[in-house]
Design a binder for this molecule. Structure first.
Ligand code: IPM
Ligand code: MN
Length: 369
């Protein structure tokens, strides 16, 4: 156990909807673990998304930008909600999040999806299909159709037209592929490239670049290529065939929500966005406005995102303790409503957060003994 004392500057962006309540639980866990193993987080909380629009008429105010740039890590809850749905373009809450990813240069978004034994029966899919799933989606996060120019909506004589551009450079594909290949080597040594090379020229470049890198630098890794429509079907039919998936920004967005059905809830999926100077850690789920403020939200994706942050900061012992505590909570049948089933104990957001905290602290105690 690494008990070296260190202080980390953490910027927290709770955001909208359930963001603040799941953030509270993640901070409860990391603070408590830090107290025992010896690290400290100094927290600067800042506004993003709808909350920032309400206060400053800007989804990503300069003050928020500066505190994120100065931080050792950034933890984000969720952005968006019906209150701001009439906003368009750069005034949407989501555009604050996209600008944050771009500013930090976090081009590699890691979204692990696993289905432990205790969750196999929570999935809407048959448990014999989902059991044993352990995959990692490596989503390109700062390029592609999310950011490509030109993009516009304009009036013509035939009525309005609108367009976006899916653009990728060789270097953008190479750097994300490098990360995905390295993860494959650390895992089961298999990489699946997901694209739409039968239709899109941008995907044809992905295929050429990834195949060339595979041949020249990573021939020890097993490489598979799938069209995105087929990949969506395979993820539901036989998810355990996957190890690491590398894909573009848009396809990664869509496939990660699909993959969330495997453990049974989007409330379980964490993510880490790396590649820049400062890492950004956020759950895959959105702001869930329908249940916000009711203590019903599942904090585990946020807590697991915080454990990915601990890993990235080099506190992998602490990260493992948090992951084990989450596992124990699930094994013992404690669930928020999104994952509750007969025989389980229904818990509030806070009850889950407190239980994870307790189990994490207990495990450190038993390791020290
Ligand atoms: C995600 C979200 C975001 C995305 C939205 C909120 C902009 O869906 O992180 O998956 O599309 O990237
Ligand atoms: Mn998404």
């Amino acid at each position: 156990m690494d008990t070296s004392h260190k202080t980390y500057a953490l910027t927290t962006l709770p955001g909208d909807g359930i963001g603040p309540e799941v953030m509270r639980e993640a901070l409860r866990v990391v603070h408590a673990v830090g107290e025992v193993v010896g690290y400290t987080f100094t927290i600067t909380e800042a506004l993003i998304g709808g909350a920032a629009l309400d206060a400053h008429d800007n989804p990503f105010p300069l003050e928020t930008q500066n505190t994120c740039l100065a931080a050792d890590a950034v933890l984000l809850g969720a952005v968006g909600g019906p209150k701001w749905d009439h906003h368009v373009g750069d005034m949407r809450p989501e555009s604050g999040l996209l600008a944050l990813r771009k500013l930090l240069g976090t081009y590699a978004n890691l979204r692990p999806v696993s289905v432990p034994e205790s969750l196999a029966s929570s999935s809407p899919l048959r448990s014999d299909i989902v059991a044993g799933t352990d995959l990692l989606i490596v989503r390109e996060l700062t390029g592609g159709i999310y950011f490509g120019e030109p993009k516009n909506r304009e009036a013509t004589e035939e009525g309005e037209v609108a367009y976006n551009t899916m653009v990728y450079s060789t270097e953008e594909i190479r750097r994300i592929t490098r990360i995905a290949m390295q993860w494959a080597r650390k895992r089961k040594n298999k990489l699946t490239l997901v694209d739409k090379a039968n239709v899109l020229v941008a995907s044809q470049l992905w295929r050429d670049v990834v195949r060339k890198m595979h041949k020249e630098e990573y021939s020890d890794v097993e490489l598979d290529v799938l069209y995105v429509d087929n990949a969506a079907m395979q993820l539901v039919l036989a998810p355990s065939q996957f190890d690491v998936i590398v894909t573009s920004n848009l396809f990664g967005d869509i496939l990660s929500d699909l993959a969330a059905t495997l453990p049974g809830s989007l409330g379980m999926l964490p993510s880490a966005s790396l590649g820049g100077r400062t890492g950004l850690f956020e759950p895959v789920h959105g702001s869930a406005p329908d249940i916000a403020g009711q203590g019903k939200a599942n904090p585990l994706a946020m807590i697991l995102s915080a454990s990915m942050m601990l890993d990235a900061l080099g506190r992998s012992d602490a990260a493992t303790v948090v992951r084990n505590a989450v596992q124990r909570v699930l094994d013992e049948g404690y669930r928020t409503g999104d994952m509750w089933k007969e025989g389980c104990t229904l818990c509030s957001t806070e009850e889950i957060g407190k239980r994870v905290t307790q189990y994490a602290v207990e495990e450190i105690g038993s390791l020290a003994a």
